[in-house]
Each structure stands twice: as C-alpha cells, then as structure tokens.
Design a protein around this ligand. Sequence first.
Ligand code: ZN
Length: 269
Amino acid sequence: MTMSRRAFVLDLGKGTLAVAVLGIGVMACSEDDPVSPTSTPSTSPESTAPPTTTPATTSPPTTNPVTTSPLAVEAVQWERVNLGFVSAYVLARNGEAAIVDTGVSGSEGDIASSLAAVGLGWGDVGHVIVTHLHADHQGSLPAVMNAAGGATAYAGAADIPEISSPRPITPVGDGDMVFDLEIIDTPGHTPGHISVLDPAGGLLVAGDALNGADGGVIGANPEYTADIVMADQSVQKLATFTFETVVFGHGEPVVDLASQQVAELAASI
Ligand SMILES: [Zn+2]
C-alpha cells in the first residue's frame, strides 16, 4: 500500500506537484508551483498535463494545502516503554501505532500504558515489529498479538523460527516498508536482527544492533552477540543512514545528531 502510493507519487515526476495526504490520495496540481521553481521548468512536459486527468476536481483546492514534501508522511511520535532492563517502543502516526519489540513475558501492561500515553489502545495497533529473537524483545509477543487482534507481526526471516506468535510472522528485510518505516537488515547480534528507521522523523530503533552508554552509542554487546564481526559490519551499515535520534533495547536514547555518533563509532571499529 505504502510502496504503491510512493511509486505513484514519484511516477508523476517533478513537474507535477502531487501530495498524498494520509493515504487518501488527494492530489493538487499547479503549473506555477513556487516550491520548486528550479527543478520545474515551465517547459516541462509534465507541467502541461491537463488538470482533468487528476482527481483534484473532486475537492476544492483551498481545502488541500500544498506542502513542500511530495511524500507528506508525518514523523512518528515515539514513546519508550521502559521496562528497566530492556525497552520496547510505541511509534504512533495518524491515530495508528506500530510496536517495536515487546519486552520480556508479562510486559503487555506497560506497553498498554505507553499506548495510552499517546492516546491509543490495542485496537489502533496495526503492526508489531520484533527486532530479534532474544526473549527480552519477543517475550510478550503472544500477549501483544492477542491483545492487538488486528495487528500483523514482522521479524527478520532468520529469527522467525525462534519467535513465538499466535499468528504467522511476516518476514521483512532490506527494502521493506512497514507503516512508512524502513526495515534495515542488521545481522550479527542474531542472524535475523533488523533495525527500524522512520525517515520522516529521523528516528532509528536499533534493537540490540547498537546500545546506549554514557549518553552515547556503542556497538552490540559481545557477550550476547552471535557474530561480532557481522555485528560490526551492521554498525558500519547503520552509519550510512541519517537520523537525529536513536533508541535502543538497552541504554538511554540519543536525541541529538545521533547518526554522527554512529558514524564516529563505525570509524573506530
Ligand atoms: Zn538481544
């Protein structure tokens, strides 16, 4: 759904200012778009497209304000479910939520509290993403999936056989988008470890591919990591992305210039 909408918007080309709002496909076109004059020459063939080929006539233009982003995806609002030893996360956007990791068994009450903190409940949870197979990240998945009856579960393919869920888990990896979140394969800590990036909000949920320590970022914990060489390669990979904030399974979130810190870490290993 998301990918097709994105592809649709991109297919329109830069000459047409297209805005998809909350997935309802509202579009607005303008031949004298002031937002991108340098990239939209007036001679562009796209700019001559007749307006009758778009659904813009179904809504008065005044009710569809043009934004500067062709994707029009809002940043997620994130809420940490601080379980002490480990953290899970609630990512909310447009009245819907994704949960990333579920804590140890018995954490569903704390997760419900974090959902309530952003004004949502189990019925609003469409997605539950498990970063990896360790019990402190997947322990409450059965309870969470039972409470969130409409949710789909996702994890890295290599870890799925070790994760318990009352419904099938959808394998995801590089290139997949879930709830406008980009899935990044970050193997090493476990073979199927994944991280989750919100490009719109500049937020990385790193699971145990990274850890927070002393206000900064360190790599995977060697004591609990299956393949530390591969885990270090995943740190190098994460350093190629840009994000302001990074949150972890273990340790305090870093909320400023986070990708710079990851890049410095990557350069040091
Ligand atoms: Zn772990």
